[in-house]
Design a protein around this ligand. Structure first.
Ligand SMILES: [Zn+2]
Length: 378
């Protein structure tokens, strides 16, 4: 496969993403040699093994399993379950299944990595709209801001959780942050409801994702968002409430689903980026370039975890190999374990630190350590 196809979409900030009042574009000017070497070695890997970088039939089968998981859980909740314990188990199942749709279908689709056919990837990206998010707004928030500038304050919207959480040293400090390593787990109850019912609309109307501008919405973008919300609200709210009726038990069920879904999603991101070994960077300021090169930045701000756990790798859509995902966002996640050996090799040769936590629990300890450190008095 041509090495060029493995390059990221862009490594410079598009002009429309400038912060208000800023006239310069945020550029990477560090040494591009590391990026070139990783790209060439990865191209050689695909050449040598003869495998295609898209998902193929494996992704189709995986997607069908996950969709069946969601639909079965949904139907059991609507028509079969009668006991409280059954509803509680199904709420856990639904939360994990919805997160799974994001990890293994929508995420690859949104990056254009799901299939060799762009329309198939676009269809997979719409899985996010089907579960209540917006593939249109996600593109700017995730593909552009987070992926181009991971862990860069004032740019990467994913680490902007202030004032609720203090994830980086430039966030404002409040004494309550001392307890964020405990209360953050409860805050995740609000994560998906806020995203589904507030944030997407806010981003659309304000044309901003966190501190950054996003371009004026297109008609197609608005239509996708509105139709997606109508579809998702119908199956998530209208149908269940018309069958079971509104009650405190139903409310509790929604809270439980939201909590499981939120924790699963948050933890996958936090373990990879917000821990006590990943680096954080400040926005370099008006007219100044990024300190590191693009590939160096991706590797320094990202940590892999639990690499030897095939079940977790399957469920998380390869996002425990987050370094490879950041270096090859346009390559389907099923190839990340194979690519990790390639990347690790290049890093060792060049003396670049390749960060891995051996298990999910050690990664969790590292994340809690980060929350405690950021929560200590500034
Ligand atoms: Zn991504």
């Amino acid at each position: 496969m041509p090495a060029r196809a493995l390059l990221p979409d862009r490594s410079d900030e598009p002009t429309w993403l400038r912060p208000a009042g800023c006239n310069s574009v945020l550029k990477y000017t560090g040494d591009p040699a590391l990026q070139r070497e990783i790209r060439d070695e990865a191209a050689a890997y695909f050449e040598r093994t003869g495998i295609a970088r898209d998902g193929g039939v494996r992704m189709l089968v995986k997607s069908l399993i996950i969709v069946a998981w969601v639909v079965t859980t949904y139907l059991l909740m609507l028509f079969v379950a009668t006991q409280t314990w059954q509803f509680i188990l199904l709420a856990f199942s639904m939360g994990l299944a919805l997160a799974g749709v994001g990890f293994s279908i929508q995420h690859d689709g949104g990056h254009g990595a799901y299939s060799a056919h762009p329309w198939v990837s676009r269809a997979a990206a719409l899985a996010l709209d089907a579960i209540g998010g917006s593939s249109y707004m996600w593109h700017y928030k995730h593909n552009v801001l987070h992926h181009t500038y991971p862990n860069v304050e004032q740019v990467d919207d994913d680490i902007s959780q202030a004032p609720w959480l203090r994830l980086s040293s430039t966030d404002p400090y409040f004494p309550i942050h001392r307890y964020q390593f405990v209360y953050s787990w409860l805050l995740y109850i609000f994560m998906t409801p806020k995203w589904l019912f507030v944030d997407d609309f806010k981003r659309l109307f304000t044309q901003r994702a966190g501190p950054r501008r996003v371009p004026p919405p297109t008609r197609r973008g608005i239509a996708t968002l509105v139709l997606g919300k109508i579809f998702a609200y119908s199956w998530m709210l209208v149908i269940p409430l018309s069958i079971h009726g509104a009650s405190w038990s139903m409310f509790g069920l929604y809270v439980l689903i939201a909590w499981v879904w939120g924790v699963a999603m948050a933890i996958t991101f936090q373990l990879a980026h917000c821990n006590d070994t990943a680096e954080f960077g400040n926005w370099p300021g008006e007219g100044k370039p990024m300190e590191m090169g693009w590939a160096e930045q991706q590797i320094a701000t990202t940590v892999n975890f639990s690499q030897g756990n095939p079940v977790l790798t399957w469920y998380l859509g390869g996002l425990n190999y987050q370094i490879e995902h950041h270096l090859f966002p346009k390559v389907c996640h099923i190839h990340y374990p194979g690519l990790s050996a390639v990347v690790k090799d290049v890093c060792e040769r060049r003396g670049v630190t390749y960060r891995v936590q051996p298990t999910m629990w050690s990664a969790l300890r590292s994340h809690i350590g980060h929350l405690k450190r950021m929560g200590a008095a500034a």
